[in-house]
Design a protein around this ligand. Sequence first.
Ligand SMILES: NC(=O)c1ccc[n+]([C@@H]2O[C@H](COP(=O)([O-])OP(=O)(O)OC[C@H]3O[C@@H](n4cnc5c(N)ncnc54)[C@H](O)[C@@H]3O)[C@@H](O)[C@H]2O)c1
Length: 274
Amino acid sequence: MKEYIARSPGLFEGKVAFMGGAGSVAPGWSIGKACSMAYAREGAAVVCADLKQEAADDIAHLIEKEGGKAIAIALDVSKQDQVEAAVAKALQAYGRIDILQNNAGLGILGGAVDLAPDDWQRAFEVNVTAVMLAAKAVLPGMIERGSGVITSVSSIAGFRHVGFPYISYGATKAAMAHVTKLIALDHAADGIRANTIVPGLIDTPRIEFTVHTARPDLSFDEVRAKRDAQVPMGRMGTAWEIAEVAVFLASDAARYVTGTDMFVDGGLAATVRG
Ligand SMILES: NC(=O)c1ccc[n+]([C@@H]2O[C@H](COP(=O)([O-])OP(=O)(O)OC[C@H]3O[C@@H](n4cnc5c(N)ncnc54)[C@H](O)[C@@H]3O)[C@@H](O)[C@H]2O)c1
């Protein structure tokens, strides 16, 4: 897997990135881990925040091992007191937050008939409420400095039916993109940009848990082959390919890009197969 290589040394020097959901549910490169590492490789100090302390520690240590700057914080992105405490800790450590990435995601399989209302509610808390809570906590500092970038990681499931019942995930990922757009427009005149990355089918460690559960009739290799075949480019994407776009969006090269949904999906959304 081709990892992210820093191409503009110093790009994010002096900047601080706050990654909500920086870990991975299993060993390997998740989207949050790869994006955290990419920000660090471009010089940012990264606040690696995750529900699981060991997942946050894992990516923070990987960054430090390369000589980068990182701290690990355990938090539930859907709880206002924990988000506020984490942001306060980040400000204490680094004094500012320039980049906020809303990366934590909760996918609970099921359609309208079988999904439990509590699961619907929880998906909204983690995938939507968390975006508003994080924005509430970081925006005052960004407004004061007249700059800041917010990037939310949605999903193609928020824009298309993905072939199996996933109603809470699809609804919340759609709402996440819209909330991010509303933040972008509310703060466009404050020097703040907010965008949504819409990954297609990405080959991260989590797919073994979610997609395989959706298709227990298939072996995991069959599930992976099926995912590859769905994509016009013939393969799933990698977490590093999402990181490339996250770095672009957070950089000055994207200074005129705000309020948009950026599909990173090998052409999937543009085809009837998507
Ligand atoms: N893998 C894919 O194919 C794919 C496709 C589209 C979108 N996405 C989205 O990309 C993001 C990352 O996915 P991934 O595949 O790398 O998954 P992942 O599950 O490995 O990583 C998500 C991380 O978020 C953390 N997290 C979950 N709930 C949290 C909470 N309440 N508070 C704090 N942290 C929490 C998890 O502990 C985990 O470390 C998710 O939002 C997912 O919905 C993934």
